[in-house]
Design a protein around this ligand. Structure first.
Ligand code: CTP
Length: 412
């Protein structure tokens, strides 16, 4: 867990709703995720959720009693109290039935009634069979809910119960919690990138010295993944070309293409540039590579000690190559570069934006500490026509929301 976000996190009253689907077991991890941050968690399952996971499990994990109906603890008028006191409601999994009930404003169990009372942010994480998700009845309910400011997350693609694959899987609990916290901080996620194709590079590239050693750039890939996560949740079609990253799984809903070296990343980005509407170079690219790569492991103490003198050669500038492609009319994507500066930030950032020829530059401020591997970030988004939007300090997901807001505003 990240220490900075832990330190700045004020405990919240979180209602975790659980509807009756096989993914109900994943709600246990969601409850733990909020509890570990110090939040007070109330679990409200539906009757059918309890056929998958017992009330005792949710009571033990949350440290709070668990009821399903409006007729338990009537003296407390639970749905009113829980709905009024909640800072955040997250339902995972949200079944087709639950989406339908909330969309028409029913109050036929404690969960639906609590949602009807609440004025706090509501995040629904659907999970169901692909056909049920794609059914126009469900899609209509999702549209209705979103138009009311409810955040309905995009389900993940992948294996469903049985042999089928397709959209309908519940995203991983950690990802749901991160998105729900982001909604709490920055507001509902809107479908503002529908129809857009977004291409993002993330992580560090690695240049082999021999089969076991490499020269690399330090990067967790977290900001690039967070940008991909938010873009996918806003409805974009997302491809991430990822070098070395801290987490192996990319965000749900994004295609992740794995690469090793700078030249592999360059090729992967070049191949996909023509189809992209927005290209983000968030990767930490290794500027140099060994002139030659040994085919077997170099040994210490050899007469021509190859390890003590590694001759380097300069790598291509991937961003520059993409800008050249744009200038040649081979892509009309908006191209966004990244830069980290420690001093004279805005001046250096403006100069770099000009030098690189990108349309925008996300300038990370690393004054007094690094962003690498940290969960927080801040800076400015600069545009070539002089635009400038300050991106306040926040988690990398919050920063991703601010960056997309700024990109959407600056490219209007
Ligand atoms: N970049 C790239 N290819 C490289 C180096 C950098 O595409 N070989 C991209 C990065 O992904 C980033 C932007 O260029 O989007 C700026 O990276 P940075 O390392 O700050 O750029 P440099 O040109 O290496 O700047 P400096 O002269 O400050 O080292």
């Amino acid at each position: 867990m990240d220490h900075m976000s832990e330190a700045t996190h004020a405990p919240k009253n979180v209602v975790v709703g659980v509807a009756g689907g096989i993914a109900a077991y994943k709600a246990c991890h969601l409850v733990r995720n909020f509890k570990e941050r110090g939040d007070d968690v109330r679990v409200i399952p539906t009757e059918s959720a309890l056929r998958f996971v017992g009330a005792a499990t949710f009571e033990a994990l949350s440290g709070n009693p668990v009821d399903t109906g409006v007729f338990s603890r009537v003296d407390e008028v639970q749905h009113v109290r829980l709905g009024q006191e909640a800072d955040l409601i997250v339902v995972a999994p949200a079944t087709a039935d639950l989406l339908a009930r909330v969309a028409v404003g029913r109050a036929d169990d404690l969960l639906a009634a609590t949602i009807l009372v609440a004025t706090c942010p509501v995040v629904l994480a659907p999970a169901m069979h692909t056909e049920m998700w794609l059914n126009s009845a469900t899609q209509h309910n999702v549209d209705v809910l979103r138009s009311r400011g409810v955040t309905v997350l995009e389900p993940a693609h992948g294996r469903l119960t049985g042999k089928d694959t397709g959209p309908g899987r519940l995203p991983e609990p950690g990802a749901i919690a991160e998105l729900a916290r982001t909604v709490l901080a920055t507001g509902p996620i809107e479908q503002s990138l529908i129809g857009k194709r977004v291409l993002i590079s993330a992580g560090g590239t690695q240049e082999n010295i021999d089969p076991v050693r490499y020269i690399g750039n330090r990067s967790s890939g977290k900001q690039g993944f967070a940008l991909g996560d938010i873009a996918a949740q806003r409805g974009a079609e997302v491809t991430i070309v990822a070098g070395a990253t801290a987490e192996l799984d990319g965000p749900s809903g994004a295609e992740v293409v794995r690469v090793g070296s700078t030249r592999e990343m360059e090729q992967a980005m070049q191949e996909r540039a023509a189809d992209a509407d927005v290209i983000v170079m968030a990767a930490a690219v290794a500027d140099f590579r060994p002139q030659s790569e040994a085919t077997s492991k170099l040994k210490k103490g050899q007469s021509d000690d190859a390890l003590s003198t590694i001759r380097l050669t300069e790598n291509p500038d991937i961003l520059r190559g993409l800008v050249d492609k744009r200038d040649a009319g081979e892509t009309d994507a908006v191209i966004i570069g990244f830069a980290a500066e420690t001093d004279n930030e805005l001046e250096n950032g403006r100069a770099k934006l000009k030098r690189k020829g990108a349309d925008m530059l996300m300038l990370n401020s690393v004054e007094g500490g690094g962003v690498f591997g940290q969960a927080r970030n801040r800076g400015w988004l600069l545009s070539a026509d002089g635009g400038e939007v300050e991106i306040p300090d926040g988690t990398k997901h919050e920063v991703a929301v601010r960056i997309w807001d700024a990109v959407e505003a600056l490219s209007d």
